[in-house]
Structures are given as C-alpha cells and as structure tokens.
Design a binder for this molecule. Sequence first.
Ligand code: HEC
Length: 159
Amino acid sequence: MLKNKILKKFTLPLVFGIILTGTISAVASANDYKSIITHRQGIYDVMAGHMKVLKSILFMGNDNISSVNYHAKSILEAAKHHGKAFPKGSDKGKTAALPAIWEKPDEFKAAGQKLGKALQNFIAVSEMAEKDDLKELQGAFKKVGGACKSCHEKFREDD
Ligand code: HEC
C-alpha cells in the first residue's frame, strides 16, 4: 500500500525547517539588502515555476507524470538554497516581506517547517506513485500549495 510505504518514510528524521526560511537573525549591511531581496524573490520564483508545471501535469492532463518527482524534489532543492534570506533590515526596498517576519520569528519559522513537511510528504508520494495514484499526488500537491499560501497570508504583502 502506498500509504504504508509513505508512513514508513515519515519515520526518517525531519531535517527541514530552518533551511526554508534561512536564518532571520543575521545582520547585513544596507548595500547587501538589494541582492538579498532579489535572491530570495528569485528562489520563490523558481519554486513557483515548478508548481506551475506540476499543476499542468496533475490537474490539466499533461502527460508527464514521471516528472512529478523531479519537480517535487526541485522545490525542496530551491528552498535549501534560500540561505540567509531574511536578515533584519531587509524589509526595506522593493519587497513584499511584511514586518511580521521579524516580529514573530517563531511563527515564520513554523510556516517554513510546514512547507518542509508538505514537501517531504509530496516527494515520498511521488517516489512511489504510479499513473493511477493521481488522486494521492493531487492531495499531496495541494498540501504544498496550502503551505505556500498560509505563509503568504501572514507574512507577504498582498499584490
Ligand atoms: C515561510 C513563508 C513562505 C513560504 C512557506 C512560501 N513563501 Fe513565497 N514568499 C514569502 C515572502 C515573505 C515573500 C516576499 C519576498 C519579498 O518580496 O522579499 C514571498 C514571495 C513569493 C513570490 C514572489 C517572488 C517575487 O518575484 O517577488 C512567489 C512567486 C512565491 N513567494 C511563491 C511561493 C511558492 C510557490 C511557495 C510554496 C512552494 C512559497 N512561496 C512558500 C514567504 C513564503
């Protein structure tokens, strides 16, 4: 059973969380903020690109189900390369990052960990899924999307 295999995978230690939000305590010089903001936005864009491709496969009938695992893993890889994405002071400039990130660092970190867990589950499902497991894949994808959204609602300015 796919579900049992996934549960087994879940007993592996969780290693994500901090990597998804980077450390928010490091302090950078004013000149660094521009590069930091551009970098973190670029990483989010990469993640969003994979989400878009996944949507085409899982909900629009694009026949690339064998690529789902690649895209799932790539979102996590991108997140790992966030680095020190939110140093204090990087709320200035062309950014949609809300002050809540620095006011409620624990909540922000938890929002990153939520995404980490959802991605770990999605990767596990996609490693074992066959074509007829589309529903499982869709469910796991939605959890990832939900984790993106719930962080944005609290910590990102509306467009
Ligand atoms: C822990 C919180 C958090 C999580 C989880 C999160 N985001 Fe974001 N995201 C942000 C913040 C904060 C910004 C604003 C960054 C800025 O403008 O400096 C942002 C910005 C973005 C942007 C706009 C980038 C740009 O070019 O301005 C996109 C697209 C995006 N996120 C997609 C995603 C996707 C897709 C996921 C899930 C796979 C995700 N995010 C998960 C907090 C999060």
